[in-house]
Design a protein around this ligand. Structure first.
Ligand SMILES: Nc1ncnc2c1ncn2[C@@H]1O[C@H](COP(=O)(O)OP(=O)(O)O)[C@@H](O)[C@H]1O
Ligand SMILES: N[C@@H](CCC(=O)OP(=O)(O)O)C(=O)O
Length: 365
């Protein structure tokens, strides 16, 4: 099996917020164990900022908050973090390879294919790629921030069989354990719905960033891409092997959906950012959702944002609720001119398909 394992900041750092080498040693020993059983492993590791703070004398209560400083800190820390991985993986006879990714690497198809090629080759060469967000140059406006979503997109990118999200909680609990000490583990999720998303609550711990909510969002991407996801405690003995082998009770297992979307539709749904919204009338929404049709200008009632041809856009119904995402074949300004017009009334040369059905993905309610 091909495995993507993500370890969060909360599990990689000690009370002072410094990198806990023991946590990396435990993870790498488990990675070696799983590889010895014949599986391939990609690690997604947080910890660049945590590893950089002490080197700059900025640890503890002096921890900076501004983005510029944290980005600089991550540059100092990433190489130190990687040195620990190289060292520890090396002690198991494994070669590590650093790959730093940014959201744009998933949004621009060319870069997406490129990243896929490099990661696949690293796996073929027998290495363990160690992936993190490219924090040092990440754009403040568009960045993952937490590594959960990044790990889910990497799992899709390398066509993994299982995504293991290791954290400081035993899995998804019925409530935030910081607020409710009686919260119990949810062992299996067949479909992630709004109710489950509400359980995951808000942001994470002081040291982590996304909390359970970002793990649920990541598990949802995995489910849609046909990847089994497991959320489990990093500290648990043999957690990686048990998660890979599908042992019951090791954490929260999120089952993949039976229908896997095509790679292109997944890319549209989850990887590419949306540049605007097209509001459609009820009839158009029905034709798209129930009859798998393309969107025609006649059904468009409003155009928001300044998208150009081939940009991704969200589609919303008259109630404003977004129900689909797709690639626009007309720019926002052109669409604004022709919205509401029947196909016969369109100017010559203007396509009658605003969003083609092949470029359209329905989002879960
Ligand atoms: N329903 C829930 N079940 C489990 N943990 C939850 C839940 N709601 C919120 N959390 C919190 O999410 C934290 C894990 O998220 P985070 O700190 O971002 O971890 P990581 O650094 O591993 O990504 C847990 O320590 C827990 O306090
Ligand atoms: N990319 C950042 C980590 C982001 C982060 O903390 O993510 P997470 O571990 O998912 O809460 C770093 O390496 O410091």
């Amino acid at each position: 099996m091909r495995v993507v394992v993500k370890i969060g900041s909360s599990s990689l750092t000690d009370e002072e917020g410094e990198i806990a080498r023991g946590a990396i040693e435990k993870l790498c020993a488990e990675v070696a164990d799983v590889r010895a059983a014949g599986h391939e492993v990609v690690v997604v590791s947080s910890g660049a900022i945590a590893a950089g703070l002490p080197s700059l004398g900025l640890g503890g209560p002096r921890r900076p908050r501004d983005a510029r400083t944290l980005q600089a800190v991550s540059a100092v820390g990433q190489s130190r973090l990687m040195r620990v991985y190289d060292d520890v993986l090396g002690s198991h006879g494994i070669v590590g390879g650093q790959v730093l990714l940014a959201p744009l690497d998933f949004m621009i198809r060319q870069q997406y294919l490129h990243a896929r090629g490099t990661l696949t080759r690293l796996i073929e060469l027998g290495t363990v790629p160690v992936v993190n967000e490219n924090d040092a140059i990440a754009d403040d406006e568009i960045r993952f921030g937490d590594n959960d979503r990044l790990a889910a997109l990497v799992a899709h990118l390398v066509e993994a069989d299982v995504l293991v999200l290791l954290t400081d909680a035993p899995g998804l609990l019925t409530a935030d354990p910081r607020l409710d000490s009686t919260a119990s583990l949810i062992e299996e999720i067949v479909e992630i719905d709004h109710e489950l998303e509400a359980l995951a609550g808000g942001a994470g711990t002081v040291r982590g960033s996304g909390g359970m909510a970002s793990k649920i969002a990541a598990a949802k991407i995995a489910a849609w891409t046909g990847v089994r996801a497991v959320i489990a405690a990093a500290a648990r003995q043999d957690v990686l092997r048990d998660a890979v082998e599908g042992r019951a009770g090791i954490g929260t297992v999120v089952q993949p959906r039976p229908i896997k979307l095509s790679a292109r539709k997944l890319w549209i749904a989850f990887a590419v950012g949306s540049a605007g919204t097209i509001v459609v009338d009820d009839g158009a929404r029905r034709a798209l959702v129930q009859q798998n049709r393309s969107l025609l200008p006649a059904g468009v009632v409003d155009v928001r944002g300044a998208f150009t041809e081939d940009d991704a856009v969200e589609l919303a119904g008259p109630d404003g609720k977004v129900f689909a995402k797709g690639l626009a074949r007309l720019s926002a300004s052109m669409l604004d001119e022709v919205k509401g017009r029947r196909t016969d009334d369109l100017p010559a040369g203007v396509t009658h398909e605003v969003v083609h059905r092949d470029d359209l993905v329905m989002l879960p309610a």
